[in-house]
Design a protein around this ligand. Structure first.
Ligand code: CMC
Length: 376
């Protein structure tokens, strides 16, 4: 009997120099730097540079990257038209996926010799997607609220501009800083499902936009990025902290997966959670939303007491985005805006020493048989 590795669990399929996840020491490094330290000391623009270009930027490199990113923020009128044409009932992840796919059709360098695989071209495309995604997400958030669209501002950094375009006000420091941290924590996580999807697509020598479009599809599911949205749905279902235990007993008896808990790799806790939980605590205090903080703790305590399964990053990120003011359905698109940097880094790495990703399967259907003769 062939050894089957369902879900590729425990299978090492390649090497990567982009991030190192160590579940035993609960650590996550981006190109050697602990993610907690990056979150404490860097802007997301710096971390994006680290992922896309391989190193943290020098002062000059950062200034240059910022100029480029700011110049690439405005949406093409065709993208506005496309988004406007999509039903407001469509999930925002489907809108983001569709818009990114459209951006690929604008890029006429894809047809050049080596246009699909050239690293410099792909770094330029990565910057383009990095700059465009906040504008796409903010545009969609505002159209859903029937609010006037707000243009990007080139005097604001990435986080402040994203929040400005979404809410029409310059963010309070606690929100801007928390948002910046969340973007850094979400940016990269080795061979997770969406990144692997992007690498599979790149391995056929398809293009970066196709890889990112496919990755968005993979991220949407609640077992992956969709969990941050699902956490808020869980909180809404439970209501108040005193109901957490009874709700959980019922949910576990019904064999439901509790969103925001568990991880394929981390079995002793997700290394990113303490940093994101500190952001959530600041927001809870700032907005005096202690009820939400109590519900968070009550469900966590009940879950660890019953199953010893710990929270993952989506557990604190969901309520944090809620307190920042985003609609629940917009949480996973925020994850896209961040993770696009990691996806792009992995696509470029895949292309550097490419091998078509094409695993095998064990056939479990009927043995060979005859096609029935024609019946008149
Ligand atoms: N709620 C209830 N039971 C769980 C959960 C959970 N969240 N996570 C794992 N388990 C149980 C599972 O039922 C199984 O029990 P048993 O052995 O009795 O059948 C055992 O723990 C092992 O679980 P698994 O599903 O085989 O583990 P996995 O490594 O395949 O799954 C996971 C990892 C993330 C899919 C799973 O933990 C899960 O569904 N969590 C909820 C969704 C979620 O929060 N996803 C975000 C993942 S991390 C960040 C990101 O990618 O965005």
């Amino acid at each position: 009997m062939t050894d089957i590795h369902k879900g590729l669990a425990g299978v090492v399929v390649d090497t990567t120099a982009i991030s190192k996840v160590n579940p035993d020491t609960n650590s996550l490094l981006y190109r050697g730097y602990p993610v907690q330290e990056l979150a404490a000391r860097c802007s997301f623009e710096q971390v994006a540079h680290l992922l896309i270009h391989g190193e943290l930027p020098t002062t000059d490199e950062l200034a240059q990257a910022q100029r480029l990113e700011r110049s690439l923020r405005p949406l093409d009128p065709r993208t506005r038209e496309l988004i406007d044409s999509l039903p407001a009932t469509a999930h925002p992840m489907d809108v983001v996926r569709t818009a990114v796919s459209q951006l690929g059709t604008f890029d006429d360098t894809l047809g050049q010799p080596d246009g699909l695989t050239d690293r410099t071209l792909n770094q330029g495309r990565a910057m383009y997607l990095f700059a465009q995604l906040p504008s796409i997400v903010a545009y969609d958030q505002r159209r859903r609220r029937d609010q006037k669209i707000i243009e990007p501002r080139d005097d604001l950094g990435y986080a402040a501009n994203f929040l400005w375009m979404t809410f029409g006000a310059e963010p309070e420091p606690v929100v801007e800083q928390g948002f910046n941290v969340s973007m850094i924590l979400y940016a990269e996580h080795s061979f997770n499902a969406s990144t692997f999807t992007a690498r599979v697509i790149a391995s056929t020598l398809s293009d970066l936009y196709s890889a990112v479009t496919g990755a968005i599809g993979a991220l949407k599911g609640p077992l992956h990025g969709g969990a941050n949205e699902a956490v808020m749905a869980t909180f809404a279902e439970i209501g108040t902290a005193d109901r957490a235990e009874a709700w959980l007993d019922e949910a576990l008896a019904a064999k439901r997966k509790i969103m925001g808990f568990g991880h394929r790799v981390y079995k002793h806790g997700d290394s990113r959670v303490p940093t994101m939980k500190a952001v959530l605590d600041n927001l809870v205090d700032h907005y005096e939303q202690q009820d939400l903080g109590e519900l968070y703790t009550a469900l966590e305590q009940a879950m660890t007491a019953r199953k010893d399964i710990l929270p993952n990053l989506d557990y604190p990120a969901g309520p944090a985005y809620h307190l920042m003011g985003f609609d629940t359905q917009m949480f996973t698109p925020l994850f896209v805006a961040s993770r696009v940097t990691g996806w792009a880094a992995h696509v470029m790495e895949q292309l550097e020493s490419n091998a078509l990703i094409r695993p095998l399967s064990e056939y479990s259907g009927p043995e060979q048989r005859e096609v029935p003769g024609r019946r008149d």
